[in-house]
Design a protein around this ligand. Structure first.
Ligand code: ZN
Ligand code: MN
Length: 145
């Protein structure tokens, strides 16, 4: 492995570890380019793949479309917003009891589990509330409610 490759990989990892926003590969590419202007998109993708395989980063794909990355290595839970697509870490202890229970029931060797909550984030709930008066004006026939 050349030092150039190592330097690129370290820059990607550094950028990913300083955010808790679970960014996409494109976002990471834009950020890493500020440090290494001539880095290619392919290099970023290849390195993300490598880092995922070595377990240094997590790949998240909650809605099955956009892949997001997570630089936090220890197991933790996520909340994904159905509206804006953002993924948040949730401060909820990881249940080892769940792993134990499943292992007992099935005889499987359970190493970890992932848990993802979904719904509307705080920002998206606010947006929904603020559009409500406008909608009720459009429906004057329902004045009875
Ligand atoms: Zn949202
Ligand atoms: Mn996370």
């Amino acid at each position: 492995m050349s030092t150039r490759r190592t330097r690129q990989r370290e820059a990607i990892l550094r950028v990913l570890k300083r955010t808790t926003a679970h960014p996409t590969a494109d976002w990471l590419y834009d950020e890493v380019r500020k440090e290494i202007p001539n880095i290619s998109k392919g290099t970023v993708y290849r390195n993300l793949n490598f880092l995922r395989q070595t377990g240094e980063i997590l790949e998240l794909n909650p809605d099955g479309t956009v892949t997001r990355y997570d630089g936090r290595q220890e197991n933790h839970y996520h909340f994904s917003c159905e509206k804006c697509g953002r993924v948040f870490d949730v401060d909820e202890p990881v249940s080892l009891e769940l792993d134990r229970r499943l292992a007992q029931k099935t005889g499987f060797q359970v190493k970890r589990h992932t848990l993802e909550f979904s719904g509307l984030c705080r920002d998206c709930q606010k947006e929904r509330k603020s559009t409500f008066p406008a909608k009720s004006v459009q429906a004057p026939s329902r004045a009875g409610d």
